[in-house]
Design a protein around this ligand. Structure first.
Ligand SMILES: CCCCCCCCCCCCCCCC(=O)SCCNC(=O)CCNC(=O)[C@H](O)C(C)(C)COP(=O)(O)OP(=O)(O)OC[C@H]1O[C@@H](n2cnc3c(N)ncnc32)[C@H](O)[C@@H]1OP(=O)(O)O
Ligand SMILES: O=P(O)(O)OC[C@H](O)CO
Length: 195
């Protein structure tokens, strides 16, 4: 299964894993941006199912494709799927600053589709996940929307977030796990007949 949640808050991935755990569903492996690779936290994230990926496929200075990284990411993702591990990918690749979903970035999803098309796996069930908060713990992103640079994740930021969460009532959150659909069936329908 591949969970495709919307991304509004750092609480998203905590909630999804917690809900699945509470329903005796194995926790997914989550594609985490390497901006979260903070000392100690990165070890906790890995132990809780996260694996770090770059925020962009190619970080080479000369603008060339980083074939090695692409192959490694592809091989790692394919192995997870072969082992029938669950995957969780935030297609937007970032938290929505306006509440509206960002356009999807399909790199990870293209690896899942390639893995299916090459026959390495029989099928993949895709589970879109909707998440709606009364209020998100991050408050608002006004400063970033006014052009101020984002503050990088840090232990201090995490501590402030936890302190905010304990001090205020952020209302309710609704998590909708949509009907899983077969990627194989969808592929068959979407690939033109003459293929
Ligand atoms: C309470 C107890 C519970 C505790 C529980 C704790 C859990 C503890 C875990 C923490 C977990 C944190 C998780 C946080 C959440 C994030 O960190 S979200 C941020 C990280 N995730 C993502 O970014 C996923 C979405 N992004 C992607 O998939 C992006 O594609 C990538 C992989 C980052 C690459 O981005 P990019 O460099 O912009 O490249 P992009 O143009 O998207 O595509 C790259 C390649 O993909 C392929 N591709 C792209 N689009 C297409 C397409 N439409 N068709 C075919 N091929 C395509 C192409 O090969 C393309 O290469 P080119 O042909 O352009 O050369
Ligand atoms: O781009 P950001 O600041 O929303 O960061 C996304 C993180 O990788 C995890 O939510």
């Amino acid at each position: 299964m591949v969970f495709l949640p919307v991304h509004k808050s750092h609480i998203d991935y905590l909630l999804i894993t917690l809900i699945l755990f509470c329903h005796n569903i194995k926790a997914p492996h989550i594609a985490a941006g390497n901006n979260l690779s903070i000392p100690i936290l990165s070890t906790v994230i890995r132990k809780l199912g996260g694996f770090f990926i770059r925020r962009r496929m190619d970080e080479t200075r000369d603008g060339k494709k980083d074939i090695l990284y692409r192959c490694l990411l592809h091989a790692y993702t394919e192995e997870l799927l072969r082992q029938q591990q669950f995957l969780e990918v935030f297609l937007e690749g970032t938290r929505s600053r306006s509440g509206k979903p960002f356009p999807a970035r399909a790199g990870m999803l293209s690896i899942v589709v390639d893995t299916l098309c090459t026959g390495a796996i029989g099928d993949v069930l895709v589970v879109p996940v909707g998440i709606s908060y009364d209020r998100i713990i991050e408050g608002n992103y006004n400063s970033e929307q006014l052009g101020k640079p984002k503050k990088n994740e840090s232990w201090w930021g995490i501590a402030c977030g936890v302190f905010r969460m304990l001090r205020k009532n952020y209302g309710c959150v609704r998590v909708d796990f949509n009907q899983p659909f077969s990627l194989k069936v969808m592929n068959r329908k979407s690939v033109p007949a003459f293929y």
